[in-house]
Design a protein around this ligand. Structure first.
Ligand code: IPM
Ligand code: MN
Length: 346
């Protein structure tokens, strides 16, 4: 390693359930890929269900400050059936996405050779969902009155700012320039006329600066049909926070299961670290059994490397994963076996 090799600090948050089993493999892949290229130091954070049940802490300020000082974050999964829905999701995962202003939730979907799609005729699937990450229905705007009474009122308000929308729209067009140069805006502008119209106008305006990129529009309901009838039509799908959450789960299923789907929560202005995680959850039903597929976690390590500018190094992980899936994708293997097999190819 040369003396000029740059040092990076990576925050590792395995979290809950299978997150604890797959994240070590993401870290090992990162370590191996980075050998001789960059120096990575890892800072582990004990955050998630166990910690919360032990001492009530979800994301203490001092720990969040340390996370903010790192160069990137590897996250496993968050969620535990012993804890009321929303506490860890809002208090840990979404708090990080919001506080670190990770406004692009980047979710590629690719049908690898060797994977059986549930679709009879899937075609060549290779698209990326650019999901807005800091606004929409996820903001937490709303509340409840007369809770628990027959007259209860509950509201959740979708927040859409021109600033927040424009920055993610720009990201989508820049990304399309590096791909097949097509952006599909997905919304529900026939009903959500305020937000939908603003998204469309901003897309139309930004598109003028990218004459090489074509763009079209689909309602979210129609998108769910095309996702199973003609998924190879998509290149870059641009959408808001909640639509993006839903459509990426469907996309994961279409490419053979979320075990192959990685994601990045990106702060594209690099003001704070970006965070990389498999899109699957903590899967309590199979946790602790060495059954979970670590492939998505390993692919998120590759996305992390891409983000830090190590494109060739990232490509070495992608290639190992692709070769592994092609040869052994349909073989039943444990978490550790898949991890070892992928690393052996790097
Ligand atoms: C995801 C998850 C999260 C989300 C939950 C756990 C808050 O479903 O990353 O897709 O809704 O964004
Ligand atoms: Mn989701």
């Amino acid at each position: 390693m040369s003396e000029t090799t740059k040092k990076y600090t990576i925050a590792v948050i395995p979290g809950d359930g299978i997150g604890k089993e797959v994240t070590p493999w993401a870290q090992k892949a990162l370590e191996k890929a980075a050998e001789g290229v960059a120096e990575f130091e890892y800072e582990h954070f004990d955050l998630g269900a166990e910690r919360y049940l032990r001492d009530g802490a979800i994301l203490p300020e001092e720990e969040e400050d340390r996370i903010k000082q790192t160069d990137a974050i590897l996250l496993g999964a968050v969620g535990d059936p012993r804890i009321k829905a929303g506490i860890l999701e809002r208090g840990l995962l979404l708090k990080l996405r919001f506080d670190l202003d990770q406004y692009v939730n980047l979710r590629p979907s690719k049908l690898y050779r060797g994977v059986t799609s549930p679709l009879a005729d899937p075609g060549d699937i290779d698209f990326v969902v650019v999901r807005e990450g800091t606004e929409g229905l996820y903001c937490g705007a709303g509340g409840a009155v007369r809770r628990g009474t027959p007259n209860e009122v509950a509201t959740e308000v979708s927040i859409n700012t021109a600033y927040g929308v424009e920055r993610v729209v720009r990201y989508a067009f820049r990304l399309a320039m590096k791909r097949k140069k097509h952006v599909t805006l997905v919304h529900k502008k026939n009903v959500l006329v305020n937000a939908g119209d603003m998204w469309q106008r901003i897309v139309d305006k930004v598109a003028e600066e990218y004459p090489e990129v074509s763009h079209d529009y689909l309602h979210i309901d129609a998108t769910t049909i095309f996702m199973v009838s003609d998924p190879s039509r998509f290149d870059v799908i641009l959408t808001d926070n909640l639509f993006g959450d839903i459509i990426t789960d469907e996309a994961g299923a279409v490419v053979g299961g979320v075990g192959y789907s990685a994601s990045g929560c990106i702060n594209a202005s690099d003001e704070y670290p970006s965070m990389f995680e498999p899109i699957h959850g903590s899967a309590p039903d199979i946790a602790g059994q060495n059954k979970a597929n670590p492939t998505a976690a390993i692919l998120s390590a590759a996305m992390l490397l891409h983000h830090l500018g190590f494109d060739d190094t990232a490509a070495s992980i992608d290639a190992a994963v692709e070769a592994d899936i092609e040869e052994l994708g349909s073989t039943a293997r444990s978490t550790d076996e898949v991890g070892r097999d992928i690393l052996a190819r790097m």
